[in-house]
Design a protein around this ligand. Sequence first.
Ligand code: SF4
Ligand code: SF4
Length: 382
Amino acid sequence: MKHPVSITAVSDYGEEAILAALRQLLAPLGGMEAFVRRGQKVLIKPNLLSANAPAKAVTTHPDVVSGVIRLVRECGGLPLIGDSPGVGSSRAVAEKCGILGVVRATGAKLVPFEEALPFPHEIGPFRRLEVAREALEADVIINLPKLKTHQMMGMTGAVKNLFGLVVGFRKANLHLRAGSDKALFALMLLELARHAAPALTVVDAVVAMEGNGPGSGDPVRVGALLAGVNPVAVDTAALTLLGLRPDSVWTHQVALRQGLPGTLPEQLELFGPALESLRPPRFRPAPDGDITFGIPAMLRPVLKKSLTALPAVDPAKCLACGICQRHCPVGAISIQKGRLQIDCRSCIGCFCCQELCPEGAIEARQGALLRLQEWWRARRRK
Ligand code: SF4
Ligand code: SF4
């Protein structure tokens, strides 16, 4: 069975241009009417990571949210907009990133994720997984990720965006339970995506993010919207578009290992321009976070500093605001005499600190063996 993924090239934002592009994008999938029926409660889940202007490319662009709301309304659906930001209230984040204005203008409803309920059955490696009540009560979920690099997972797109269905500090708890096992965390994300079962994913890659993502990278114009039903297949198309190594995106690596449908490019049925034709020149992925070959498990803790990327703070940018300290799931961050200290022995490499730092003061610092691996790869490519 092939997994349809539609791609539409669109050079820039603009409410009407994006609405027209969305119609074109969804046409091969049957249009919005294939997903939404009159009277249905439709939870639209953008990326509302943190309070940033749309031009920073941290959050889903308001024009994409607006276009999807309008299409849902045309089908008679009742659009609800919800996400659980990494830091701050969803209202404050939505206001700064322009989505609150869209909600007001379209008469949609912003739903703050406050109450968490467990899935009615055991799922994933942690068995009990709680998500926002609105996600369980919606008739339809439409997933609206922003395409970005992600220091911990490699890329955030269709699968990773659904982590925002988990409410507030429960996200930190899941990081804590996975520890430094990124494959385990990725498995949890894949199970969450499978059970949340969005009817449709629309990826905002008009302007994506490269480098130090997902919170402090650089905007990069890709000029594309992607859509599909299977989030894994949509991510396969997205990482192919960006030219990322399949093993550099943890959710994809684990999905490949599990043989999940839609992980191989040949399993996709693509509509629209060739993915490679939209690839930005010299796209900068997130720095590799781990050595991926041949080190025995028993040696890994001893060689942790050499084998992994760990967070490092730029004292010139850090304002000692304490946001990262409050969100570190293992309490590895302290502020002493106004200076940030990170205890690398207890750090699990989740990069929540980097993701949430409003000053972009935290970057990944690769260990010596990891740098060697990168040098070796670059040499082989020549
Ligand atoms: S690193 Fe960033 S989040 Fe952490 S204290 Fe400094 S400015 Fe605040
Ligand atoms: S220091 Fe940063 S990367 Fe390390 S565990 Fe804490 S939040 Fe995660």
